[in-house]
Design a protein around this ligand. Structure first.
Ligand SMILES: [Fe+2]
Ligand SMILES: [Fe+2]
Length: 287
């Protein structure tokens, strides 16, 4: 029997912005204990359980795993994700909150506790781009857009020239082999037209080299760009070398909210060689 033109389907889960906190240690780092209550690790756990039940082939977490990069927060985030990490089905990138304090950066807390595969690194070394094959059909390219700055409230993200050049080569190489290439990092590339006013803080921390991502997508075939950072779910299509390229923000997997666009969620993408075939949202609290 002939294989379908797009080959086997791979199911990729996507969650973001868990913001796991250690409430008892606040106020600290510019946040109050009440700020922690906007997120619930229980909601994230429910979504992770649902993703395991579905049996996704792989899970990508696009940053902001912690509230302000505290050691106990990293431990808790690693515990939540452990089943996926141990099954070697996990890819993680850092977000700006994982590098919130100078201390968290100097001790390489993100890489030590989690790192690109969620298992943590004994010796923290630069690890991105992190390339993960998703069967023969697709490849996930994880990039680090999180940068530390004196004022974390206004520090933009940046992928940087080295990672962008490496990403171009990786995309070119895998596209030549007929694979769908999915890029993942923390910061948003483009803002959707329907701005959410309460998201103003995040709009002050854009991706400084977003234009380079737009250019990469225009020049080379990219199946999708996945990110988080903004705690609302949205999709924007960019003009791409291989047609419209979906740019998907997963919102927050732990957000306690009534607004539909803010409700805690996970995405499941069905991907084959031709690109993203379907996008399904698992929204917390909606059966
Ligand atoms: Fe976030
Ligand atoms: Fe963020």
């Amino acid at each position: 029997m002939a294989a379908a033109p797009g080959g086997r389907i791979v199911r990729l889960g996507h969650i973001s912005d868990l913001h796991v906190s250690d409430r008892s240690r606040y106020p600290r780092n510019g946040f109050s204990a009440r700020d922690c209550e906007k997120h619930s690790a229980r909601l994230a756990k429910g979504l992770l359980d649902a993703l395991r039940e579905i049996g996704v082939d792989h899970l990508v977490v696009t940053g902001d795993l912690t509230f302000s990069g505290e050691p106990r927060e990293f431990e808790r985030a690693a515990d939540l994700l452990r089943p996926f990490a141990e099954a070697r089905k996990l890819t993680v990138v850092p977000g700006n909150h994982d590098l919130w304090t100078e201390d968290s950066v100097e001790t390489a807390r993100f890489l030590r506790a989690l790192g690109p595969d969620g298992l943590g690194m004994k010796k923290a070394v630069p690890s991105y781009p992190h390339v993960v094959p998703l069967g023969d059909e697709a490849v996930l390219v994880a990039l680090d857009s999180a940068r530390w700055g004196e004022d974390p409230w206004t520090t933009p993200g940046r992928i940087g020239g080295d990672q962008l050049r490496a990403a171009r080569e990786i995309v070119r190489e895998h596209a030549k082999l007929g694979r769908a290439v999915v890029l993942a990092f923390h910061h948003h590339v483009v803002l959707p037209p329907e701005r959410v006013p309460s998201d103003v803080h995040v709009a002050r921390m854009p991706l400084a080299d977003a234009d380079q991502v737009v250019r990469l997508v225009a020049d080379l075939p990219v199946a999708a760009v996945l990110h988080g950072h903004r705690h609302t779910a949205f999709r924007v299509d960019l003009p791409g070398a291989a047609g419209a390229t979906p740019v998907l923000c997963a919102g927050s997997a732990s957000r306690v909210a009534d607004e539909p666009v803010r409700r805690a969620r996970a995405y499941v993408y069905e991907i084959d060689r031709t690109g993203v075939r379907s996008v399904e949202a698992l929204v917390s609290g909606s059966e």
